[in-house]
Design a protein around this ligand. Sequence first.
Ligand SMILES: NC(=O)CC[C@H](N)C(=O)O
Length: 370
Amino acid sequence: MKYQTNRKAIILLADGTIFYGKAVGDKEGTAFGEVCFNTGMTGYQEIFTDPSYYGQLMVTTNAHIGNYGGNNEETESGTVKISGLICRNFSYNYSRTRVDESLQSFLDKNNLFAISDVDTRALVAYIRDNGAMNAVISSDVENIDGLKKQLAEVPDMNGLELASKVSTKEAYYFGDENASYKVAALDLGIKKNILRNMASRDIYVKVFPYDTTFEEMNAWNPDGYFLSNGPGDPDPLKQVIQTTQDILAADKPLFGICLGHQIIALANGISTFKMHHGHRGINHPVMNHTSGKGEITSQNHGFSVNYDEAISNTNLVVTHQHLNDNTVMGLKMKDKACFSVQYHPEAGPGPNDATYLFDEFIGSMKKKTA
Ligand SMILES: NC(=O)CC[C@H](N)C(=O)O
């Protein structure tokens, strides 16, 4: 096993700024995407496999990545979804009892190009000041002009539809078919832990491709509907917005997480916008206006729901807000069994403050079936 790398690599940002690093495993490679950062101290495998990160270059702010290896159960989907990894110290060495392989071998299997030895603090400070932007990471350090040309062709995240890239092609089932509740989940890039959370609460889930209509899902006769998380801009997902409006018109219980939350806002005529650099980490503070308590939450989003439009919309109330910047974190419709959150109640980085939302979803289905 190797413990260090010597191959030079660069990060070239769309505005021309360059940072330097080294190619993990001495690999040659080039990867494009929107550069974003996650502040979680743990959970790197969950981050790398979260479909919501599809097409993004991930900067991890924790100084060490890979030191507890890789575990096949700690994934949010079957494959790595980030387009490239940027870190400070990549641990070729690892130590843990429940380990299946090194992080390097996990990333190699997934053909992920990663670079280490980067001044990630300077890079993150730069993104925080200048905003999220497209970038390229590459070992082809002599080819700056060529990389610049290719980078100019990478589409902007604003307006980009990506759910179709990660959604299942065929419907599938999750959980016990004799469970008390049946939920139809629209897969916009669903995380496995959402399915695990529902199955452990007596829910049998049927996961449908992102472009399934309400009629097709309703034919299975579910007790409730779920709109998942997922990558990209929510606004171009016109068919999903229509399906959501049809679910609401039929007065069925509906729960949405992250991209699903943004879709519920759009279905109510509230717009979304691209944030300056987004929220990605495992300790984001949120105010729950119903309980009056703060919650520590996991977040991963680069778009947000327009607060002024949400607060003046007569169909719904803003139930949760981010305590750092007051952005909309939760919505509830006044006369329908429909609610949503921008954060990830299913994530389990330590605090489990928000898992009560799955119980509330069951409560809303109980009322409907009673
Ligand atoms: N985790 C998610 O579902 C992310 C939603 C959306 N792609 C955003 O970046 O805001």
